[in-house]
Design a protein. Structure first.
Lengths: 250, 216
């Protein structure tokens, strides 16, 4: 089944076309990496897909439920708020700079949304959180506050926070860009682990080797368009000069 | 002159000063939050009205505002003012004035919050109300404690302005006693009272700041 379908997504800022006609489908269990130079629209694609940004035109569908659709005249209609709230539950997002809630302990960061947003019972939320902490190697950080953690630990907590709501699809917006190489490793390890568990993920990243090893599909974006997509082998052996040039720099 | 007798004389004035202080905070702190929402509203009219309001409240003397609140009903609408309205007028005047200052402090705190906090809350599915009261406001409170402390300390001293509409808070009494007995002692007692009051306020606010130091 297609978990995510994007058709002809368009988005501009002040006349600058950041996304020009992006179409993309993601199937259950797929790991898709999005690569490309800065300013190519990768992050905007993610922000439009997660509805942090409104697209100008196009369709956005999660699990067959339409979140937004083109009116056919160059504009876009979003579903009513109550529908969006439900649809939003299908995905989670991990930010480049974590955006943990600093006044909440690690534990509360993870259990609060399931209890107060997901209407999960307290016991269930705690059970999930305990499992996630163990899985992500954070069991001794339960009572710590984000400011007491390293960047890598903070990012792992933010992954746990997203997973606690049990999304069907998880987006990552350059999850390791704020981390040094050592800390990058521990976060990539977690993402790798999720991939093995067949978590559906869309990862915007500059970690080329990681994308190559992990992804089912790599998307190369430039100037607001998908220039090429394919399996890692196809992309890394691409005949497209621009793709080769970009990958060659890493 | 008997110091204890003097303190006894000033005592009821002190109680009134403390009442003005407590009631002003009780009303102006929440009112300030509401005004700051208006100030940051997307609605241009609402934004303009609150902007003018804050400008007037900050731009004219509190003493004058107290007189307007007290005498205004009579001169503007011909409503007869009773003596008991005095104290109410003081609280209304103080609350309206301090709310304007607090509104700007709240605004600075709210606008200093990183947008990532809102985005994280949105993606996790928090409603706007939940986002504000659970995620944003607690962090704002921590950020604005130092400027709020400033205002609260000023308020302690400003309570003496109530004399202008003849509410006998402590300083009014001190002046009367000083004039009647031609002595400076009541003023010294008054100074000690304000100082101790503010010392306690500052100590309490410091305690709050310390309590919120568990996160950055």
């Amino acid at each position: 089944m297609n978990l995510l379908e994007i058709n002809h997504m368009k988005k501009g800022f002040d006349g600058l076309e950041v996304l020009q006609d992006i179409s993309l489908t993601v199937q259950e269990g797929e790991v898709v990496s999005v690569i490309g130079p800065s300013g190519s629209g990768k992050s905007t694609l993610l922000r439009c897909a997660t509805m942090l940004e409104k697209m100008e035109d196009g369709d956005l569908t999660y699990l067959g439920e339409k979140a937004a659709w083109s009116d056919g005249a160059g504009s876009c209609i979003y579903a009513p708020k109550s529908d969006l709230k439900r649809i939003q539950r299908h995905f989670g997002l991990v930010f480049q700079n974590f955006n943990l809630f600093p006044h909440y302990s690690v534990w509360k960061n993870i259990i609060d949304a399931p209890i107060h947003v997901g209407k999960v019972s307290k016991e269930e939320a705690q059970e999930r959180a305990a499992k996630l902490l163990l899985q992500l190697g954070l069991e001794d950080k339960k009572d710590a506050y984000p400011c007491q953690l390293s960047g890598g630990q903070q990012q792992r907590v933010s992954i746990a926070r997203a997973l606690a709501l049990q999304p069907k699809i998880l987006f990552f917006d350059e999850p390791t860009s704020a981390l040094d190489p050592e800390l990058t490793g521990e976060v990539l390890k977690v993402i790798r682990q999720l991939a093995q568990e067949k978590m559906t993920m869309i990862i915007v990243t500059h970690e080329m080797q990681f994308a190559r090893e992990l992804s089912d599909r790599i998307i190369f974006m430039e100037q607001g368009r998908i220039q090429q997509q394919g399996t890692p082998d196809e992309i890394f052996a691409s005949g497209n000069g621009r793709v080769r040039e970009f990958i060659g720099k890493y | 002159m008997d110091l204890f007798k003097l303190i006894g004389q000033l005592g009821s004035g002190m109680v009134i000063s403390v009442e003005i202080f407590v009631l002003t905070l009780l009303f102006s702190l929440p009112l300030g939050l509401v005004i700051s929402f208006g100030r940051m509203s997307k609605n241009t009219l609402l934004r303009s009205i609150t902007k003018v309001y804050i400008s007037l409240m900050r731009g004219t003397p509190l003493m004058l505002q107290l007189m307007v609140v007290y005498f205004g009903p009579y001169y503007l609408f011909g409503i007869k003012i009773s003596a008991s309205y005095r104290f109410t007028a003081v609280i209304v005047g103080f609350a309206l004035n301090y709310a304007a200052y607090f509104a700007e402090i709240y605004r600075s705190g709210i606008q200093s919050m990183p947008v990532g906090q809102y985005e994280a809350a949105k993606v996790l599915g928090y409603s706007r109300m939940q986002t504000f009261f659970k995620i944003i406001l607690p962090q704002v409170v921590k950020r604005i404690l130092p400027p709020v402390t400033n205002e609260v300390i000023t308020l302690v001293k400003d309570t003496s302005l109530a004399f202008v509409i003849a509410v006998s808070e402590m300083f009014t009494t001190a002046k009367a006693v000083a004039a009647a007995q031609t002595t400076m002692v009541p003023f010294i007692v008054a100074a000690v009272f304000y100082y101790i009051f503010n010392f306690a306020v500052a100590a309490f606010m410091e305690y709050l700041e310390k309590k919120l130091e568990y996160y950055k």
